[in-house]
Design a protein around this ligand. Structure first.
Ligand code: NAD
Length: 263
């Protein structure tokens, strides 16, 4: 079993919800957790750096303030579709790529990157060409420019999560050559502060319908445990994978047991 003692882990979004729960598990297991969030965490961490993940310069400044090498980078932070579309795309897609690539050279061999995407990104196969186009941009600024010039159908949140899922799947093989792994977690609805925003954008009836099918909404630790697993040595041969952590709903929808929700 992975010994987390002294392992150095960066977690974005550690100030709330899933990120805070992940920080708690890893701190309790002896890891040194470094929080990157716009808000101060209320759970115990080794260090905290205030960052605005919607702002490339703020991410670069946070990276400069981090010393040494790391054993995992857990990209958990995210904003719901009630925020302005460009902020949603910046935080949920461009910041994930920018931070991951800025820190890649400082991850030790065997390190793991986890991206918290969403089951809301289930539509990625039908938008793969557009997603590859935006991922072919080289910088945060170019990616944002592409997003402004190529309006996407539906809520920006869904597209942002499609992009982060595909980014993860496309990076796995290349990172394996550097001794690294990257995987995505796709939560279904989780009882955290942003759930009420999702009720506004995706429809309360839709989310209640999902909850009724599965029996309950997830709680943060349901997702945090899966993040810690993917970051651990036990997941050593899992790479470039998008793992739904949703109590079974994705499997049922993919096999047409229920119609895909309109979100
Ligand atoms: N809650 C759900 O139902 C659900 C479902 C699927 C996926 N997710 C994803 O899980 C992740 C965690 O969400 P959560 O449910 O814990 O929500 P949350 O609101 O509890 O936590 C989000 C964290 O991200 C941080 N953050 C947001 N914007 C930021 C910015 N610009 N700069 C720095 N930090 C910023 C917040 O301060 C907060 O600490 C997100 O990526 C979200 O999209 C959540």
């Amino acid at each position: 079993m992975t010994d987390w003692t002294g392992k150095r882990i960066i977690i974005t979004g550690a100030a709330s919800g899933i990120g805070a729960s992940t920080a708690q598990i890893l701190t309790a297991a002896g890891a040194r957790v470094y929080s990157l969030d716009r808000n101060e965490p209320t759970v115990e961490v080794t260090g905290h750096i205030a960052v605005d993940l919607a702002d490339e310069a703020s991410i670069d400044s946070a990276v400069e303030q981090l010393d040494g090498e790391f054993d995992a980078l857990l990209n958990v932070a995210g904003v719901p579709g009630t925020a302005p579309a460009e902020v949603v795309f910046s935080v949920n897609s461009l910041a994930v790529r920018h931070l991951t690539e800025a820190l890649m050279g400082r991850l030790v061999s065997g390190a793991s990157i986890v991206v918290v995407s969403s089951t809301a990104g289930f539509g990625w196969p039908s938008r793969l060409d557009a997603i590859k186009e935006v991922l072919a941009t080289e910088t945060f600024g170019e990616g944002l420019q592409w997003f402004k010039e190529n309006p996407q159908e539906g809520n920006a949140y869904n597209f942002s999560k499609e992009v982060s899922t595909v980014y993860t799947m496309m990076m796995g093989l290349g990172l394996a050559g550097q001794g690294l792994r990257i995987n995505a977690i796709l939560p279904g609805p989780v009882d955290t502060p942003i759930l009420s925003d999702f009720e506004q954008t995706m429809g309360k009836d839709t989310l209640d319908g999902v909850r009724d099918l599965v029996g309950r909404h997830a709680v943060p630790i349901d997702i945090a445990r899966a993040i810690v697993f993917l970051a651990s040595e036990e997941a050593g041969w899992i790479n470039g994978h998008a793992l739904a952590v949703d109590g079974g709903i994705s499997g049922a929808l993919a096999t047409d047991l229920f119609p895909q929700p309109e979100i």
